[in-house]
Design a protein around this ligand. Structure first.
Ligand SMILES: Nc1ncnc2c1ncn2[C@@H]1O[C@H](COP(=O)(O)OP(=O)(O)OP(=O)(O)O)[C@@H](O)[C@H]1O
Ligand SMILES: [Mg+2]
Length: 479
């Protein structure tokens, strides 16, 4: 080991390793130990030294972690091979490089078989050893990188488990909402109908610091404007004729937590002004009552492009900016084809279990059709389609004719595929015209939606009117 060049740090430590590696030098020759320590330390390594096998094992046990051991093959007492075996069984050291002054091929092979990373003859000069060290540390770096990536991946998969996805587009959405899950920032979720806006709003609330605080949702489109005001702001007893008790509004109910304002685009001009005031002052004024401070995270959602409504003059620009502090755009299902079969499988399993059905799979034809479809109703349409098919299925595999949209389209004179939630009268469809199957589907849909007529009709892909008519025909009682 003669003629050492002035090595630099780069000569020993590969770029992939972003920390100071710990190297244990084991040699009974104190000069070798000193020399190696000197160079390794100067290159930025943390160095431990031992002069025999037992000392080496002790050092490894005591150290938090040892990345690399440089182990002399000829040691007094416990020899190098035995020491190597014991080091490996500790499972604490990254790699071991064997060093020897007069090694034979046979010895080299034995040490490699015993799990050494490399074998270096001291007589070959320092460069061989340097390269072996560098390579071993590179492997350590790669291993750590893989662990790191695995952990990151696992973390992201476990985060927002209710949002089933594997597309890059949804991965980006999850990454985005992660930034605000624990923060009080006003979020606007935009996306087509059925793309999962409400699901995302709930996921934001339930996957972080807010999970134990109130989550209050209100659909601005479902309630007439004059009622919506008292829903949101509440009123004092006696505020108006008929106000016999005090009513707590949604703002107050959500205090400290999240308020989800669904279909915010439908909010009338009068309430837009009032909502703007709440956002500006963080105060609410119940009808007939005194103003009070509230601390609410507001998440709103719309399936219109709210910017367009601003341009058209139906939505206040100042309110738009206040609501869209953190905009989240949910891509439509047709733009994330990677998710389609994953979601279909997820719903299939879920409904099969719920309906005690033995449907387990989709036929290849169905998979193709699902992938090629345009999904105007997005995930909700897919969910309803699978539900209906599971309920009506005759075998354990869902076939094309379990899906009216596809079986109609594949007939010789195809009418256009029905848009979501437009009436599809099963009578016009040979595949499901059997009264019994229809009645069963309706009962199942009602049962699974706890008797909610609109949602049951949605699940079945028929209008409410049709559901009423059919129920009467089959003498199914509606609530
Ligand atoms: N990524 C997903 N994973 C699992 N289920 C999903 C996903 N996206 C949507 N869903 C389901 O699809 C249905 C529609 O989703 P959601 O109600 O959140 O849509 P939306 O965008 O609010 O629709 P709308 O604009 O009509 O109100 C729900 O039953 C929801 O649970
Ligand atoms: Mg919604």
């Amino acid at each position: 080991m003669e003629g050492y060049k002035p090595y630099t740090q780069k000569d020993f430590i590969p770029e992939g390793l972003r920390r100071e590696p710990t190297i244990l030098v084991v040699d009974d020759d104190p000069d070798v130990c000193k020399l190696l320590s000197f160079y390794l330390k100067r290159s930025g390594c943390n160095v431990l030294v031992a002069s025999d096998g037992p000392q080496a094992l002790e050092a490894i046990k005591k150290a938090p972690f040892v990345d690399l051991v440089l182990l002399d093959l000829r040691l007094p007492g416990m020899d190098g091979i035995e020491t190597l075996r014991r080091i490996n069984s500790l499972k604490k050291a990254g790699s071991v490089i064997m060093m020897t002054a007069y090694g034979t091929m046979k010895e080299a092979i034995t040490t490699l078989k015993e799990g050494a990373y490399d074998f270096v003859k001291k007589t070959q000069g320092f460069d061989d050893l340097r390269l072996a060290i560098r390579n071993a540390l590179q492997t350590v770096g790669l291993r750590e990188e893989v662990e790191h990536l695995k952990a990151k991946l696992g973390e992201q998969e476990n985060l927002y488990p209710e949002i089933v996805s594997r597309s890059d587009a949804m991965h980006q959405v999850k990454k985005l909402i992660r930034k605000i899950t624990n923060r009080n920032i006003t979020v606007l979720i935009e996306g087509e109908s059925g793309s999962g806006k409400e699901l995302v709003a709930r996921a934001i609330h339930h996957n972080g610091d807010y999970r134990d605080k109130p989550y209050v949702a209100i659909n601005c489109a479902a309630i007439p404007e004059n009622l919506l005001e008292s829903e949101l702001f509440g009123y004092e007893r006696g505020a108006f004729t008929g106000a016999t008790t005090r009513r707590v509004g949604k703002f107050e109910e959500a205090d400290g937590g999240t308020l989800f304002l669904d279909e915010i685009g439908e909010l009338g001009m009068g309430l837009q002004a009032k909502l703007l005031r709440v956002l500006q002052t963080k105060e609410i004024e119940p009808l007939g009552g005194r103003t009070r401070k509230v601390n609410i995270r507001i998440i709103s959602a719309t399936n219109q492009r709210l910017g367009d409504s601003v341009r058209k003059g139906t939505f206040r620009q100042d309110l738009y900016y206040r609501l869209a502090v953190f905009p989240v755009l949910l891509p439509p299902l047709r733009e994330r084809t990677d998710d389609i079969l994953l979601l279909a499988g997820f719903f299939l399993k879920d409904f099969a279990k719920q309906e005690a059905s033995d449907v387990t799979r989709l036929s290849p034809g169905v998979e193709q059709a699902l992938l090629g479809y345009d999904w105007p109703g997005n995930v909700r349409e897919l969910e309803n389609m699978i539900f209906r098919a599971v309920v009506l299925a005759e075998s354990s595999t869902l076939e094309l004719n379990d899906f009216p949209v596809f079986s109609v389209a594949s007939a010789s004179a195809p009418p256009p595929a029905p848009a979501p939630n437009t009436p599809v009268d099963p009578d016009s469809n040979g595949a499901v015209s059997l009264n019994e199957a229809e009645a069963r589907a309706i009962r199942e849909a009602l049962r699974s939606t706890a008797g909610n007529v609109s949602r049951a009709a949605g699940r079945l892909g028929i209008s409410r009117a049709t559901l009423y008519r059919k129920s009467k025909k089959f003498q199914i009682e509606l609530r």
